[in-house]
Structures are given as structure tokens and as C-alpha cells.
Design a protein around this ligand. Sequence first.
Ligand code: PEP
Ligand code: MG
Length: 556
Amino acid sequence: EEREDLMKALAETRSEIEEAREASGTRFGPEFAAVFHTQIQILEDKGFVDNIEQAINSKKNALLALRSVLDSYRETFERIEDDYFRERGVDIVDIGHRIMEKLLGVRSPVAPMQPGSVVVVDQVLAGLFARLEMDQVAAIVAEHGGSTSHGAIFARTLEIPAVTGASGILAEAQHGESCIVDGATGRVYLQPDETLIAYYRDAQHEYEVAIEHLDALRGRPAETRDGTPVTLSANVGLLNDLRQADQHGAEGIGLFRTELLALAHRGFPSQEEQDQLYRRVVEHISPRPVTIRTLDLGGDKGIPNVGMADEENPQLGLRSIRLTLENRRAFRAQLRAILKASAFGPTKLLLPMISSIEELREAKALLEGVRARFEREGEDFDRAMPVGIMIEVPSTAISADVFARESDFFSIGTNDLTQYTLAVDRGNERVAHLYDGLHPAVLSLIDMSVKAAARANIPVSLCGEMASNPLAIPILVGLGIGELSLVPAAVPFAKEIIRALDVRDVAEDARLALTASSARDVHEIAASRLLGAGLLDHPDIGAWLRNAVDEASGFS
Ligand code: PEP
Ligand code: MG
């Protein structure tokens, strides 16, 4: 009987994981199903099943048998030196817990989730998106972290409200109680009363109506009142995001973050998977362009098996292009996949966190090698595929002229540029009040980059989160940024703001902002521009802007 119970629990666990795999595959694309694939492999592993059989023969008790097998696996894995293989132990423990819950008739507190669940976590790690049933998640609240941590960015792209740095939430929130998460203000209400619920239901409804109205106008051009066009493209990281990009009228993908595939795999993804994914994205968006960024791991996107050690200062360590250049095989595989995708529609290649000209040259030399091989093999690809760099490090902005000579375009990553310029960890809620992309010093670096790009006659876009900050938009347009790449849902909002601005006015605002004494002063300059442009009376976005303007003017 004990053996039967255990075998039944194994079979049930297997079908549960199969279901999760299918659901996640349809929601997010086949690349995410890979996570579940590993777990199924464990369940099918003959050694694992044999060990359980043997243990049941000796212990005559399903639970004890399972526990002893799991303990011995855990000990074995803990002794492994290689980080990647040691971490695989997590999957076995995870599987073991699932089987145990089946044996005990316990339902997991996390999965399956109810629609409309609010997930409360310590930190929003990007890997969460590879594991949770995101379509059941109404909001995420994290005890720690800043609003531009990558987890928060992925949540935003999926249009899931997220509040980070909510100190004390883990201790306060009770499983099963109701909760309101206001992603716009960062407020979280536990056990809200009926009045508050009614207020937020109305607010939610108003937001939905506004978005629907704006989406219906998605064909309108994004240009200022005096006719200067500003390209509005989308930042995406998941296949799912493409739908959002279409719905909100994005003119292309200005930043395709490729890390999620690696996070789902907990290692470098295979070339075949990358071939499929990039091709699907490019085909879907074509004839609009797609900018594919090479892997940007490290910092707050640490994963095993990519040669990363524990570092004192991971944000200043072996991250992004530095890590990629040390893993040439994986880098070549990604370059091949991107180059292949370029045959299916307009594709640009973007190199993250370039901080020295040698890195750019080395990356381009590797790409040249891949190109030469493709020529020999007769592989189809776009010979003119532009190669650009992200400006995220102050030194690169200061020396932007040097980089402009050897780049086809610039993409300014203000999330990192702000963190490195102001020496404020973007993921640390304790210093979040110091983190502000509208700081005049950050704006000066943006200005230097834009001017260097203009001198070299190359395009420049900006893809940090500040592109969707209503106060930042007039200043960025005033600085002469020709393309903003932002979270898809923000595209219609940004468009309404741009259409109400006059380039001459905002150029003057930008000039004042560059010499302002503090970020606060810049907020005020931008707030009075939004007010002066009549945007606070806008029927769809007026109420939302009023909050931002009130806050900037110190009224709230
Ligand atoms: C940035 O740093 O601004 C950026 C867009 O890249 P990421 O947020 O992925 O670091
Ligand atoms: Mg960055």
C-alpha cells in the first residue's frame, strides 16, 4: 500500500508539472517550458525511481522512504564543487516537496493560485517570471528592492502592478486576506474597507477606459505640436509582451532583453532555442525594426553556470558584456542566432554596458567572424545589420565621441547610467530616494551622448525606465532624443504628452534643467511644462498627470 501511495504521488506530481509546462509554454513561449522539463526528467530518472523503490522496501513507509532519498540527494549535491551542478539540487528538493505534498494531501500554498492573487515576496527576482503562473497574478509586493530592479521591470512590461521596498510587508500580510496594490503611488492596503475597495474599483475602471480610448487612437503619429517626430518603441523581454506592443501601437522593439531565456534555464540557452525565439520576434514585428540586446547577466540577474563567482560588488563586477566576452562560445551562439534572425526582418544588434572601446572592438571582431562563416556557408543574413552600444556607464557618455565613430547607433540605458552616475544601487530601497534620472548630472551625460551622436550622424534612443516618466518626457524631447523605448503600456501615455509639446519650449526647459541645482528643480521645470501645455485637463491622462505634477510641486 505504501508503495502504491508513493507511485500514485509520483504520477500525480508528474501530471501536475506537465500541465504547468503546457500552460507556461502557451503563455510565455516554449523557452519557458524548459524549466519544467528538468523537473520531469528528474521524475523519469531511473536512478531516482529505483532509489525510492529500494528505500520503500527497507523502510516500509512512503514518507520515510521519500525523505531518506531526498536527504541523501541533498548531501550528495551539497558536496559538489561546480556551482551549476550544486544548484541542480534545488530542483530535486523542489520535486521532493511536491511529491511529499501529494502524499500528505497538502495543497501547495503557491500553486495553483487563484486568479487575482497578490504575490508577496522578499525580492522580485527576474527568475520568478519563469516559475509563477503570471496570468493569475494581479500584483506583486516585495519587501526589498528598487523600482528599476529587473524583476520590477519585467512585472511592468507584463502590466502587473508591482510595489518594491515595502518594509514589513512579509510580517504583516496574511495568506488569503484581501489587499489593494496601487502601482502608481506605491501604496499597499491590507484588509481594505468597502469604501476604499469601491474607490479603487472606480479608479481601475477609469484607467481601463482611458487605455481603451487611447489604444483606439494608436495609429496617430507621435510628434510634437510643431511637427517633430519622436519614435515610440517598446521594451520587451517575453514573447507575451509582443501582444502588448501591438495593442498599444509601438513602432518597433527598441530593446529586446534576452536574459529571461537564460534565467529560465539557469544557464546559457542553446543556440537552437535562441534561433527560434529571435526569429519569432523579428517575424512578428517586421516590417517594424527589432533591437536585440546581447545577454546582460550579472548585477541583479545572477544565475549559476555562467562562470559567475560571488562578488563584493556585482554591479561593478563581471556583469553584462564583460561576462559575455569571457564566455565566447555562448556569445558566438547568440551572435549567430541574432544574425540569422536578421534575414527575417529589420534587426539591430545592441551591446550592453560597454565601458571601453576595446570591448566594442572585441565584440565586433567576434561578430565579423560569425559573418565570415555565414558567407562561406551561404547562410542568409542582413549584411547591413546595424551594431550599436548602450550608454550606461558615465565614462562612455563622457567619451561618447570615441564610441560614436565605431557604433551605428546609441541606446541610452538610464537605469544603469543613473545608478553609476549617482552611486546609488538601483535595487536598494534604502537609497531609492537618491535615485533619480532627472538629476542634472545624469541629464548632462545624456546631453553629451546626444550631441556626440549628432556629430557622428548616428541615431540615438533612450530605453531606461525614465522614458515612461511623464516628468522626464518633456526634458528628454528637449534634449533632442529621437526615440524613446518604453514599457508597452506607457506608449499611448507618452504619445499624448509628446503631441501637446512644442520643441522650442522643451528645448528651453532642457537647457534650464542642465544647469539646475538638483533633481527637484528639474521636476518643477517639467511639471510646469505639463501644466502649461494643458495636459492636466486631458480627458484620458489628466488625472494621472495631476498626481505627478502635484508631487513634483510638493503638494502631496
Ligand atoms: C538600463 O540600464 O537603462 C537598461 C535599459 O538596461 P537594464 O534595465 O536591462 O539594465
Ligand atoms: Mg542596463
